[in-house]
Design a protein. Structure first.
Length: 109
């Protein structure tokens, strides 16, 4: 009985290797598309963010994740001291910075 089921699963006309090769090519094509549409752009965006965070310096105007605008007055290895108002300074994680604002983007009152 076991031998009969193996015979049923075997390719009938010898075309099994070509269809298997087609399946392998299809799977590789799917992985290639996923890499170029999902993984590669995400890695590029991550490298740009890391470059932005390492380039922070005193005097930069920043936007923090909670929507707080401020100016960097002190820098440590993993934290920043950000002045958000006169005589009000907040210590934040470096990774909390979402954007470094340009002078034209800064709104003053």
């Amino acid at each position: 009985m076991f031998e009969y089921s193996l015979l049923l699963m075997a390719p009938q006309d010898g075309s099994g290797s070509s269809s298997m090769l087609g399946n392998v090519f299809f799977i590789l094509a799917i992985f290639a598309v996923m890499y170029f549409l999902m993984i590669r752009p995400q890695r590029k965006q991550q490298r740009e963010r890391e470059a932005m965070l390492t380039a922070l310096k005193k005097g930069d105007k920043v936007l923090v994740g909670g929507g707080i605008h401020g100016s960097i007055v002190g820098i440590e290895e993993k934290t920043l001291l950000v002045q958000i108002a006169d005589n009000v300074k907040v210590k934040i994680e470096r990774t909390a910075v979402t954007t470094v604002l340009k002078e034209a983007e800064v709104v003053t009152k």
